[in-house]
Design a protein around this ligand. Sequence first.
Ligand code: TPP
Ligand code: MG
Length: 284
Amino acid sequence: MDRDRRPSATSNVSLEQRAWNIRRKALLMAEVQGQGYIGQALGVADVLAASYFHALNYRPHDPEWEGRDRFLLSIGHYAIALYAVLMEAGILPEEELETYGMDDSRMPMSGMASYTPGMEITGGSLGQGLGIAVGMALGLKRKRSPAFVYNLMSDGELGEGSTWEAAMSAAHHRLDNLICLVDFNNQQADGRSTEMLCSEPLEAKWEAFGWHCQRVDGNDLDAVVGAFDAARALAEARPRVIIFDTRMCKGVPFLETREITHFVRVEPDEWSKALAVLDEGRPQ
Ligand SMILES: Cc1ncc(C[n+]2csc(CCOP(=O)(O)OP(=O)(O)O)c2C)c(N)n1
Ligand SMILES: [Mg+2]
């Protein structure tokens, strides 16, 4: 397939600007509801910008195009982050931003495939996404499709047995069209991932399961893009995983330092302050 037909090939908007736009949209949506998984959205914005504006092949006006790369959101609670990038990519109309989380909205607080264009699966029951991605990647290979399957999962999902069953299966089937993206923010509902159920040494584990593994700073766009390029170009018949070390609430320093950030509490008067702080860091 001609990879230069990716939407990013014709865009002159920088990835830094895309990531900033994603953060801003997520903050605006959360402000509408007065809540939302904003820490995750701010943390993973750089990975999403590189996914949709560098790596993925898709048609914004035809989200079900058969030749598209699939992007699976295993972590349904991160839906606000995906809505932000789907709007930025032109798959969801920006006018719907203010409906986030409301009755009859196409953007419910947890991601649901049947509601939202561009939402490939109904995630949220943690540990399921990678297994679904394995099935999709196997099916696409059998159809001789050149499309990739990307599965975005969390560090909390590394504690689910189903993740490792799927990992073993992907290597067994030599799924070189599968790229797993792990958002390692070292946070779960009850505290730090490394203290809840430590998954280290993580790179060695994935390699032992037969995967090509990279680990980079997920808030360093050059490093993120480099990892995507290496994963896509790898000439080895095995699945690929990229572990992104990210910082919760990245871009809004007064939230970055809050103690419990899985469901970060933002007081009503702080939403506008958060937006103002983000605006100060707008890329030139
Ligand atoms: C199978 C399953 N168990 C428990 C939950 C409840 N739950 C929702 S989010 C979450 C935290 C999981 O860790 P992670 O995704 O890393 O959290 P975050 O980084 O967003 O804080 C939990 C336990 C769930 N959704 N699914
Ligand atoms: Mg986490």
